[in-house]
Write a protein that binds this ligand. Structure first.
Ligand SMILES: NC(=O)c1ccc[n+]([C@@H]2O[C@H](COP(=O)([O-])OP(=O)(O)OC[C@H]3O[C@@H](n4cnc5c(N)ncnc54)[C@H](OP(=O)(O)O)[C@@H]3O)[C@@H](O)[C@H]2O)c1
Length: 220
């Protein structure tokens, strides 16, 4: 499969790129094409250390969208509303959101949904509402970038996925399952994304209060 990662130069983007490019063709997107090309080359070199011939190339974010039907949006939540407004040619394409809107306070981490008028919405719902005609799913929120980026680490996590259509979930499932050690579960329609997104601040609070590092989830 061909999969684009917008903001593929960041922490989560790197981890997903390194893992996905083993069995897929990954297009790294960035605001700067040269940065994307440089990092794609660095990721390929990282793969070689583990005997992997990773299929990775660098593009601008828009070029990455133009050249793929499946797109992961991996940018910080604070920039998401403005970033979405810059995108074109998204109709009919699948957008996957790992975006977690959360803030750190003295008390710990807290989920901070977006607002559309007087309604609170999750990051995935904001994407669906802004990119009219795109298909949107929510996934990967609880997978730590540090563990994805460490190719010596054997992953064993579950990934909860929200999507309005079952076919969209199945398509995302294929992407999740193409990473060894990740197992997809259907959480429900896109409105459930707020529960998935709020798992990350919950896990981070558990980590702080119990001195854990990079916790994730597994359904038992
Ligand atoms: N880190 C994790 O472990 C983790 C886990 C689960 C979910 N997430 C979610 O995944 C998303 C990415 O997290 P991250 O830690 O990878 O973020 P990050 O490293 O801080 O940023 C990712 C990329 O976003 C791009 N970016 C920054 N400002 C931008 C702007 N104003 N407009 C457009 N692009 C911009 C940058 O790419 P260029 O400079 O190349 O354009 C950057 O490399 C977040 O929404 C986060 O909540 C993260």
């Amino acid at each position: 499969m061909k999969i684009a990662i917008l903001g593929g130069t960041g922490d989560l983007g790197k981890g997903l790129a390194l893992r996905l490019a083993k069995n897929n063709e990954v297009l790294i997107g960035s605001r700067e094409k040269e940065k994307a090309e440089r990092l794609a080359s660095e990721y390929r070199e990282e793969g070689k250390k583990f005997g992997l011939d990773l299929k990775l190339t660098g593009f601008t974010n828009q070029e990455a969208i133009d050249n793929s039907e499946r797109i992961i949006i991996s940018v910080p939540y604070v920039v998401l509303p403005q970033f979405l407004l810059t995108l074109k040619n998204y109709e009919g394409k699948l957008f996957i959101s790992p975006v977690v809107p959360m803030v750190k306070t003295k008390a710990g981490f807290s989920y901070e949904p977006f607002r559309l008028g007087d309604k609170e919405v999750s990051a995935a719902e904001l994407i669906k509402s802004t990119l009219g005609g795109a298909r949107v799913a929510s996934a990967f929120h609880t997978v730590p970038a540090m563990k994805l980026s460490d190719l010596s680490f054997k992953l064993d996590y579950d990934v909860l996925v929200a999507a309005d259509e079952l076919e969209t979930f199945e398509e995302v499932s294929q992407i999740v399952s193409s990473i060894e050690g990740l197992k997809p579960f259907y959480a429900g329609k896109l409105y459930t994304s707020k529960y998935l997104e709020s798992l990350t601040p919950l896990l981070l609070n558990v980590a702080i209060n119990n001195k854990l590092h990079t916790p994730s989830i597994k359904i038992v």
